[in-house]
Design a protein around this ligand. Structure first.
Ligand code: SF4
Ligand code: SF4
Length: 304
């Protein structure tokens, strides 16, 4: 039985595929988007979150940590060198103030499947199911494949929410048991990818065409001011979607929010802040995607 590292399980999800769903968030991502709203999910191992405002300065964590991650300045301020943390979890056990938290927990496939099957009645009533998200769920493709196979044996709808920056073999492991792929299409221009996402988009584009040739696909595009919100970039995104064919059933534009900024600081990552736009800023942008044969959503609501 395979084990997976999971940082959240969300019940009653309404925006991660059709119907009411349970979304399982897997730890680890192969991209590093500057606007990420789950920065705690990026590290591909278990990692530590520190809430400074809860810390009572007891220094118990400093005593138990063998890696000198925790230290205190002369004026008593608790500092954390996240780069030295091995993710062992010892400091969390002695922090009674609740200032330290390990982000993920390990589950085996049987645990996770029996847990999500508790919501089976909701899936049946609503046409929902289970979505594997992240992070990047396809970095733990063996675990997702095994869990998805077990769910398909129970006739549960399975969706995979992926940015597709993974080897083709990982996709193929999951493909037989996936009913739907929710695919990010963050940008088309290589310079945007390299500057804001820290990667090339070549493999992602190839994987996107591959997945859309085989399964139903929902596309998700976060629109971030000054990054990918120009009409020219959005037109390129729209044209790529048009080229994917009739398996694209839904396209959702998502406005940027800054919920990830505070979380970034708590896990020792650099914070990036972008301008938040109102729905009025999207009127012209949404026009580009209307009447093209797929359902169009903006922040989860259908656009007509
Ligand atoms: S154990 Fe918790 S409360 Fe004590 S110093 Fe460490 S983080 Fe702060
Ligand atoms: S998780 Fe382990 S290595 Fe990381 S800070 Fe805590 S005790 Fe140190």
């Amino acid at each position: 039985m395979t084990r997976g590292l999971i940082f959240d399980i969300q019940h009653f999800s309404l925006h991660d595929g059709p119907g009411i769903r349970t979304t399982v968030f897997l730890k680890g991502c192969s991209l590093n988007c500057a606007w990420c709203h789950n920065p705690e999910s990026i590290a591909i191992k278990n990692s530590l979150m520190f809430e400074e405002n809860r810390c009572i300065g007891c220094r118990a964590c400093e005593t138990v940590c063998g890696n000198n991650v925790h230290f205190f300045t002369d004026d008593g301020r608790h500092k954390v060198d996240f780069s030295r943390c091995s993710g062992c979890g010892e400091c969390q056990k002695v922090c009674f103030a609740g200032a330290l938290k390990m982000i993920a927990s390990s589950y085996d496939t049987e645990n996770i499947v029996s847990l999500v099957l508790r919501d089976r009645g909701l899936y049946e009533k609503s046409g929902g199911g289970v979505t594997f998200s992240g992070g990047e769920p396809l970095l733990q493709a063996e675990f997702v494949s095994e869990a998805a196979q077990m769910l398909k044996e129970q006739e549960i709808h399975v969706a995979i929410d992926t940015a597709l920056n993974v080897p083709r073999e990982n996709i193929d492991l999951v493909m037989p048991y996936a009913d739907l792929f929710l695919c990010d299409l963050k940008a088309v221009s290589e310079d945007i990818f390299r500057k804001y996402i820290g990667n090339s988009n070549e493999r992602i584009m190839e994987n996107l065409r591959y997945v859309a040739s085989k399964k139903n696909v929902f596309i998700r595009t976060p629109v971030v001011k000054g990054v990918n919100d120009s009409m020219s970039e959005l037109t390129k995104i729209r044209d790529v979607i048009d080229g994917l064919g009739e398996n694209v059933k839904e396209v959702g534009l998502l406005s940027y929010h800054d919920l990830g900024v505070n979380k970034a600081l708590k896990v020792g990552m650099e914070e990036h802040r972008f301008e938040i736009q109102g729905s009025g800023d999207f009127t012209e942008k949404l026009e580009l995607f209307k009447d093209r044969g797929y359902r169009l959503l903006f922040d989860g609501s259908e656009v007509r």
